[in-house]
Design a protein around this ligand. Structure first.
Ligand code: BMP
Length: 264
């Protein structure tokens, strides 16, 4: 397999995106290309896991709307922990509406723009509902939000992102808005462009699927064969009785896979 990835150090100096510079720098410092998806439903459980995971991860991904006692207090604690433990806060909101509604939701009850570094956005709504709205927020120093990840491919069985042309159109939106789009959520690397990061969910070393459409594969497949940069792992860690052991395991395997041919 040809390595489509530029060495990390080179990418860090090449990228014009402050968010990607930060991500690549954290990756190299912590030797981690692991993002932990914490899909717990209470603030206490989420924060306890963040405390354990902080040292091992590049990013913590949450679904704010799945946390039943979500509050501003929670986001204050999370941002403090992110600053102290040097990780990126990733809210997996998957915005998918008109530009005006996206904006309302960014500033709505959860005030996502104020505490998340990066959010996911579906490509389905088209360029004009994405670019202007997110650019406006990202360029405003009053907000923490610094970039978006476009959903190029979903990991779920039967996902419509595999329909002809969908993924390619998502990549086109990213290429046209490089100051806003920091990368993709995808299964297979979708862009050779060195400053668009390819994040991949659907990774589990011990299971192949759940009973609700998720499809998992191993790190070799995700990083070496499919050439992604960052693995997103959820239940492989969060459902384990020994999460720290699993965090160390995923981090090591994913980092070795990423840096195998990296001489930087
Ligand atoms: P798990 O490894 O427990 O299945 O968690 C995967 C996480 O990644 C979930 O939070 C899910 O919402 C997210 N995700 C995914 O699984 N597939 C995608 O294509 C996109 C996602 O954001």
């Amino acid at each position: 397999v040809d390595n489509m990835r530029t060495p990390l150090l080179e990418r860090e100096s090449l990228t014009e995106s402050p968010l990607n510079k930060k991500i690549l720098s954290i990756m190299r410092t912590k030797k981690s290309n692991l993002c932990l998806a914490i899909d717990y439903t209470t603030v206490d459980e989420v924060l306890q896991m963040v405390e354990l995971a902080g040292p091992f991860v590049l990013a913590i991904k949450v679904h704010a709307d799945a946390i039943v006692d979500f509050s501003e207090e929670f986001t204050k604690k999370l941002t403090t922990m992110a600053n102290d433990m040097d990780f990126i806060i990733f809210e997996d909101r998957k915005f998918a509406d008109t530009g005006n509604t996206n904006l309302l939701q960014l500033h709505g009850t959860q005030k996502i723009a104020s505490w998340a570094d990066v959010v996911t956005v579906h490509a389905v709504q088209g360029n004009d509902s994405i670019a202007g709205v997110f650019r406006k927020v990202i360029q405003d120093p009053a907000y923490r939000l610094k970039g978006i990840l476009l959903i190029a491919q979903l990991s779920t069985k039967g996902s419509l992102t595999s329909l002809n042309g969908y993924t390619e159109s998502a990549v086109e939106i990213a290429n046209d808005n490089r100051d806003v789009v920091s990368g993709f959520i995808t299964q297979t690397r979708v862009s050779a462009c060195s400053d668009l990061l390819n994040w991949t969910p659907g990774v589990n070393l011990d299971a192949k699927s759940d009973s609700a459409g998720q499809q998992w594969r191993g790190v070799d497949q995700a990083i070496e064969i499919q050439q992604n940069d960052i693995v997103i792992v959820g239940r492989g860690v969060t459902s384990s009785s020994e999460p720290v052991q699993q965090l160390k395991r995923y981090r090591q395997i994913a980092w070795e896979a990423l840096t195998k041919n990296d001489t930087s």
